[in-house]
Design a protein around this ligand. Sequence first.
Ligand code: OAD
Length: 244
Amino acid sequence: MPKPIPGPISEPVPGPEIVVLTGAGISAESGLGTFRDLGGVWTKVRLEAVATPQAFAADPARVQAFYNARRRQAQGAQPNAAHHALARMGRALGPRLLLVTQNVDDLHARAGSQPLHMHGSLFRAVCTACGARHDQRVDLDAATACPACGAAALRPDVVWFGEMPQGLDAIYGALAQCRVFAAIGTSGVVYPAAGFAQEAVAAGARAVEINLEATGNPAFREHHLGPATETVPLWVERTLAARA
Ligand code: OAD
């Protein structure tokens, strides 16, 4: 029997211990409206009219105007204490934290985090002709030319209903190995994000809900209820202290 030839010993790459999912509630105290609360975005505009590929095909100008307004609103907002606390957690944990956001604003990034934007970003555009992605800081319209191919075919790089969220392989990989999954400021009604808590719990993690009010999802065994600017900094400090 030939002896196995020893190969180089490689250290296993540590995966995320903590996965945090954020939703519109984390940006509420920065002045950005949530979707489903009283006065939320979907109480004023029908999502079918602005947040589906069909809506864009039927009335691109309306859809572009909706996202142009949201981009401008986000530019006028500032990250709050909850965004800053998660940035602090990211600096302390490095790759042991995966921050996933459903939000298309850039408040996590402006606080110093590099979140995985599973529903895309208002601050990127994608060309429907060549597929190139670009930074997008100003209004888009039907005449805006793609810097890569020149076609007037740009759309906001956001995920619409009926489209595939971004980064799902990385997210499910992290959910399978994390110890803690925390959902912050999300109503938990939009899949697949709404299923992340169950997924993490099935793989052995503890699921924590940090929200204005409990959503009733039985996967969450720990609840921190109240405004995110109060609950998130406390949870971050406690979580980091427990690891020290
Ligand atoms: P929702 O509007 O559905 O839920 C916001 C949640 O935040 C609610 O549970 C509120 O109770 C909570 N909340 C509000 N203010 C808060 C505060 N100050 N502190 C803590 N929690 C607070 O928003 P999302 O769950 O993010 O998708 O919505 C999920 C997805 O639905 C969005 O990404 C968007 C939307 O349609 C697409 O457009 C594809």
